[in-house]
Unconditional design. Structure first.
Length: 318
């Protein structure tokens, strides 16, 4: 699988694929093997892609239609590639329904200082990967453009994320994220942000902070004072930006510089999946997925956050 990741950049560099989108601020793609389920065929995979976009941008679109989007699937070391039509599942909805603004005010500071208000878009499709001798696949989305209000990276760049599958050791289901790739926090409030990736096959997984990318072959350079391991302004002494590689738990204490009212940051996480090879006594990487996440930090919390937990004495109970 290490070979798979080493070749991804070269393959995708030679085969450029781009979707027209607007103000994409986060997303991920993952796959589930369903060939062992009733009514399905051997080699069937269900691909799921979730995209978060800034609601003020134009709607997502592609060369296909406004109700579907395209994902690129390529096989490393094989002359095998195609665009997979991904129909939308349900309607686009506000991330506010997922609790995005439980801690901070969503009101813009000014017409030029906007607080991102993301919407959620989910796409799914079944694809059969049994009709080829290829074993190593990548599934990726490449869109444009990023918003122009980021604090920690250059604005207006492209957006890219991917998942990888190596089925030399059998069929596989990738790690699956259960939470959203957007986080809203207030300065001075300690954050515990769990990624909640599950692995249905029982394989071991490892989390890693990675460089965001604008294509498969190009990473995004952070502006001074930030990096892919410190993408948010934090209290480096009392609350550095830390990712537990075993649990996926992010902990940090956001701390805006004096006079700064808000910060919009992006960073990326990779989740890598390993399966033990009892013949050679080694752990093989059999799959992975990446996601890009946006974090918005405001100088003030909502008043209810500072009030802490309250006891409702009128509630009945024993």
């Amino acid at each position: 699988m290490k070979t798979l990741r080493n070749l991804i950049g070269l393959t995708a560099l030679l085969l450029s694929f781009n979707m027209t989108a607007s103000h994409i601020i986060g997303g991920d793609v993952y796959y589930e093997y369903v060939g062992n389920q009733p009514g399905r065929q051997i080699g069937d995979y269900k691909i799921t892609m979730v995209i978060y976009r800034e609601s003020t941008g134009i709607p997502l679109n592609s060369p296909l239609s406004t109700s579907a989007i395209a994902l690129r699937i390529e096989a490393v070391n094989c002359n095998y590639s195609f665009n997979l039509t991904m129909p939308r599942v349900g309607n686009e909805f506000s991330a506010g329904a997922l609790g995005a603004f439980d801690c901070i005010d969503s009101t813009d500071l000014s017409p030029t200082q906007r607080i991102p208000k993301p919407t959620v878009n989910k796409f799914e499709q079944i694809v059969n990967l049994a009709g080829t001798s290829c074993n190593n696949f990548i599934m990726y989305f490449h869109g444009n453009a990023r918003p122009n209000n980021y604090t920690n990276v250059p604005n207006g760049d492209d957006f890219y994320f991917e998942a990888g599958l190596d089925k030399r050791n059998g069929h596989n289901t990738s790690p699956i994220f259960l939470n959203s790739p957007v986080n809203y926090a207030c300065s001075g409030s300690y954050q515990i942000y769990q990624q909640y990736a599950i692995e249905p096959d029982g394989d071991s997984i490892r989390y890693e902070l990675i460089q965001p990318r604008n294509t498969a072959a190009r990473t995004i350079n952070y502006l001074p004072s930030w990096s892919h391991t410190r993408p948010v302004s934090v209290d480096d002494t009392n609350g550095p930006f830390t990712l537990d590689p075993n649990t996926g738990t992010l902990t940090f204490l956001p701390m805006l510089p004096p006079g700064v009212q808000y910060e919009v940051s992006t960073f990326a996480i990779g989740v890598y999946e390993y399966r033990f090879d009892s013949t050679y006594q080694v752990w093989d990487e059999v799959g992975y997925t990446t996601r890009e996440i946006q974090i918005v930090v405001r100088a003030q919390c909502l008043p209810i956050v500072n009030q802490g937990v309250k006891l409702n004495a009128s509630m009945q109970g024993t």
